[in-house]
Design a protein. Structure first.
Length: 105
């Protein structure tokens, strides 16, 4: 996970356990028990006028001792606008910085 300005660092790795595709109300019902996130009102406002919504089910979180400056790992790093797929080499490089070497071998 990349934290944008003013932090501008890699701040965590989170496992994605799945996704929910349903009506906004159903997404809220299925996802709310998993922990903090948007309030119901915020979710409904975000999906106002939409029949379908996606919810991402987050799993375990790994946080480094100190946030990591991405330009130390990637010479041409540019912050993603929303998300970015990593290559296996990039994932191993980040995992090593997070102390997760064996999990990405």
């Amino acid at each position: 996970m990349y934290s944008s300005s003013p932090v501008q660092r890699l701040v965590g790795i989170v496992d994605i356990e799945g996704a929910v595709f349903a009506s906004p109300a159903s997404v809220w019902t299925k996802c709310r028990a998993r922990g903090p996130g948007l309030e119901r009102k915020e979710l409904m406002e975000y999906f106002a006028g939409k029949d379908q919504a996606y919810g991402v089910l987050l799993g375990s979180l790994t946080v480094p001792e100190k946030p990591i400056r991405p330009k130390l790992l990637f010479k041409d790093f540019r912050p993603p606008q929303s998300y970015r797929y990593l290559t296996s080499t990039e994932l191993r490089r980040i995992g090593k910085q997070f102390g997760l070497v064996e999990e990405f071998e």
